[in-house]
Design a protein around this ligand. Structure first.
Ligand SMILES: [Zn+2]
Length: 231
């Protein structure tokens, strides 16, 4: 079951078109995999459309406490839905995929358009594969990352923001356990060392706006290593 979702405020900004293109891609891809957030985004779209219509017609919009209560009740009932129910159902319709080492991975709908601009896989240290993805931005670096069983990324902190979506499999980072569909947001307050301990491995889509800062082991000593996911 998906445990890590974007904040409700982010979803609200997303439906109002207030996020950066990159954040919109990440949240849209998460919504492809997460029935819960897809429903919230859909409901918020309806609410904003209603407000827009209300504003446009010059009618007063009901912002009263009872209206807010109604919204909270609705949110509550959406949040009670089983989160994974739709993901499996929707995945039947997906056809676009990437291949690595004899494995085929179906990507969420939002990410499929980047498959033609995905570079080839590079085998890195420690059962770690990376394929750069050109998402049309010079200010961030996007990658598909595959961790084989026992594979990991050395412990690092973040100078900027790292946003990841788990596309397949599971990994852990000493604090949490992440699985397919989880939306993982890390900033300068977070230090972690992702590792995959399951036979099926783990595929991630990751966006960085600054190089990682490695904090332990040999990675700390080899400066160029901090740029492997960035350029
Ligand atoms: Zn979600």
């Amino acid at each position: 079951m998906i445990k890590f979702h974007p904040d409700p405020e982010q979803l609200s900004e997303y439906v109002q078109g207030g996020l950066s293109p990159i954040d919109s891609i990440m949240i849209s891809a998460h919504c492809d995999m997460c029935e819960r957030c897809e429903k919230i985004a859909h409901q918020q779209t309806l609410i904003h459309a209603e407000r827009f219509e209300g504003d446009a017609s010059g009618l007063s919009v009901d912002n009263s406490a009872s209206s807010q209560r109604g919204f909270n009740d609705m949110l509550e009932s959406i949040l009670k839905l089983p989160a994974d129910k739709g993901a499996q159902h929707r995945s039947k319709g997906l056809t676009a995929s990437v291949d690595l080492d004899g494995r085929r991975f179906i990507l969420p709908k939002t990410l499929r358009k980047f498959i033609p601009s995905t570079g080839s896989w590079t085998s890195m240290v420690g059962r770690l594969w990376q394929a750069p993805v050109d998402i049309g931005s010079d200010s961030v670096a996007a990658n598909l990352i595959y961790l084989g069983q026992g594979g990991g990324i050395p412990e690092h902190s973040h100078r900027g923001i790292e946003t990841s979506l788990v596309l397949k499999g599971t990994y852990e980072d000493g604090i949490n356990h992440f699985q397919a569909g989880d939306y993982v947001y890390m900033d300068s307050n977070d230090t972690h060392a992702p590792i995959c301990n399951t036979p099926q491995g783990c595929l991630l889509f990751t966006v960085l706006d600054q190089p990682l800062h490695f904090t332990s082991g040999i990675a700390r000593l080899t400066n160029p290593f901090s740029h492997i996911f960035f350029r």
